[in-house]
Design a protein around this ligand. Structure first.
Ligand SMILES: Cc1cc2nc3c(=O)[nH]c(=O)nc-3n(C[C@H](O)[C@H](O)[C@H](O)COP(=O)(O)OP(=O)(O)OC[C@H]3O[C@@H](n4cnc5c(N)ncnc54)[C@H](O)[C@@H]3O)c2cc1C
Length: 412
């Protein structure tokens, strides 16, 4: 029986495994890929680690710092292992099944940390009409092909969605010699960080078309053009504004959602705002002993926050494995209201000295105050000069300020 089994060897899984091992647990880490590092392997741009290492690192360099650390610890790392089932056993432990080159791996663990990252929304999820021509890709797929395999998707590209991955790939494709005819964004404001608008589009003269979307793909076998149209305030295309743009590739970058497939067979409560499981500040889900961290719990903007929250999850999983069977924790629910896209955690475990919250606003706001109240009493407030949906905010409070008998109302 293993104490802590970690699924995923990206920055979330690495941080969780390192902290669980340092806390004295026996740890096994499984990843379906051939190398550790998760999505960071293909993120060769810089901008990682400013908070944690106080310098701008590339994705692979950031991941390497954790890989170097884990290799010094007695963590049983298995690569090329695809976890396909996690089930709860009657005694409260878990059975994890994975397929590997050596056959099926069947392990029991006292605690499981799911750190499976996130996935991209696809063209099908944003209702683009047209044939299933080749030449339509997700941005992460293109990042993988260009940065890790040296393949170019095409010569004349359009990008749908102004999230950070789309912006970074607009610059990358330009640097590799493609013409990026524009980034098309259905909303009136960009979805990516401001620094990426400047560094990836403005610096390279790539046009950003706000309030404009792709409505149709046109081509015979291979993409030849896309139809684009302006959008109204509800982001619906205004068909009278439709026009044809000649391209051979469409890169779709329309958002990330936590990868939670493995949790679907388990009685895990889901959070409709984060699209991940309901978790407490230790990353524990509604299934005792099952933890979730990194982008599979909620989509973070900075990897530094992924590492921070995942370290807590790993430590807590180790503690859970050691003290299993102790009385269940006292929990307080957190109820968001107002223009909050989400606030996490949505559960507070009172058996801990502090809670670190992460939240995003659902729209751009100026001079707004985030308030936490319990039973009409204010326990925390902070005013933000500007809040933007792409940027996550974080703050910490002490649990001694909280009344265990009342829910926390978080409002913006
Ligand atoms: C294009 C792009 C640009 C970014 N730019 C920045 C930036 O500039 N600065 C910044 O701070 N952050 C940036 N990020 C965000 C950062 O990369 C993520 O926050 C971080 O990688 C998330 O870590 P994770 O461990 O949760 O997920 P991942 O890195 O996705 O790792 C998940 C791991 O789980 C494994 N896995 C999944 N399912 C299974 C399974 N069933 N069985 C076994 N293994 C499984 C996967 O193989 C993968 O290795 C960027 C992300 C992207 C995609």
């Amino acid at each position: 029986m293993i104490d802590v089994l970690v699924i995923g060897g990206g920055p979330g899984g690495l941080a969780a495994a390192v902290s669980a091992s340092k806390a004295g647990a026996s740890v096994m880490l499984l990843d379906r890929e051939h190398a550790l590092g998760g999505i960071l392997k293909q993120c060769i741009h810089d901008g990682f680690g400013l908070q944690r290492f106080h310098k701008q690192l590339s994705g692979p360099s950031y991941a390497q710092a954790f890989i170097d650390e884990i290799l010094l610890l007695p963590v049983d790392i298995r690569l090329d292992c695809f976890v396909f089932e996690v089930s709860c056993l009657e005694d409260g432990s878990f059975r994890v099944l994975a397929s590997s080159r050596d056959g099926i791996i069947d392990v029991n663990a006292l605690a499981v940390v799911s750190a499976t990252g996130c996935r991209e929304r696809t063209a099908r999820q944003v209702s683009i009409h047209g044939d299933r021509v080749s030449g339509v890709f997700n941005a992460g797929c293109i990042q993988n092909l260009v940065n890790l395999h040296g393949y170019m998707p095409g010569q004349r590209c359009a990008i749908l969605g102004s999230g950070d991955i789309g912006l970074i790939m607009a610059r990358r494709l330009t640097l590799e010699g493609a013409e990026v005819v524009g980034v098309f964004e259905a909303k009136k404001t960009p979805s990516g960080l401001e620094r990426n608008i400047h560094q990836c589009l403005d610096d390279f003269g790539i046009p950003l078309h706000l309030g404009c979307t792709v409505t149709r793909t046109i081509g015979h076998r291979r993409l030849e053009a896309v139809e684009v149209a302006d959008t109204d305030d509800a982001m619906n295309p205004i068909l009278s504004t439709s026009r044809i743009v000649s391209v051979d590739s469409l890169i779709v970058s329309v958002g990330l959602i936590p990868e939670v497939e493995l949790l679907k067979n388990l009685p895990v409560k889901m959070d409709s705002r984060t699209h991940g499981p309901v978790i407490d500040q230790k990353g524990m889900t509604s299934v005792p002993g099952l933890f979730c961290c990194g982008n599979s719990s909620l989509v973070y903007d900075l990897v530094d926050y992924v590492s921070l929250a995942s370290e807590t999850a790993g430590q807590s999983a180790a503690k859970w494995a050691k003290n299993r069977g102790l009385a269940r924790k006292t929990e307080i629910q957190v109820h968001p209201s107002g223009p909050l896209l989400f606030i996490s955690p949505s559960l507070i475990d009172m058996d801990s000295s502090s809670v670190r919250f992460f939240f995003r606003a659902s729209e751009e706001l100026e001079g707004r105050t985030l308030t936490l109240c319990q039973n009409g009493h204010e326990i925390f407030k902070r005013t933000y000069s500007v809040l933007r949906p792409p940027q996550m905010e974080t703050f910490e409070i002490r649990t001694e300020l909280l009344d265990p008998d009342h829910a926390v109302e978080a409002s913006l």
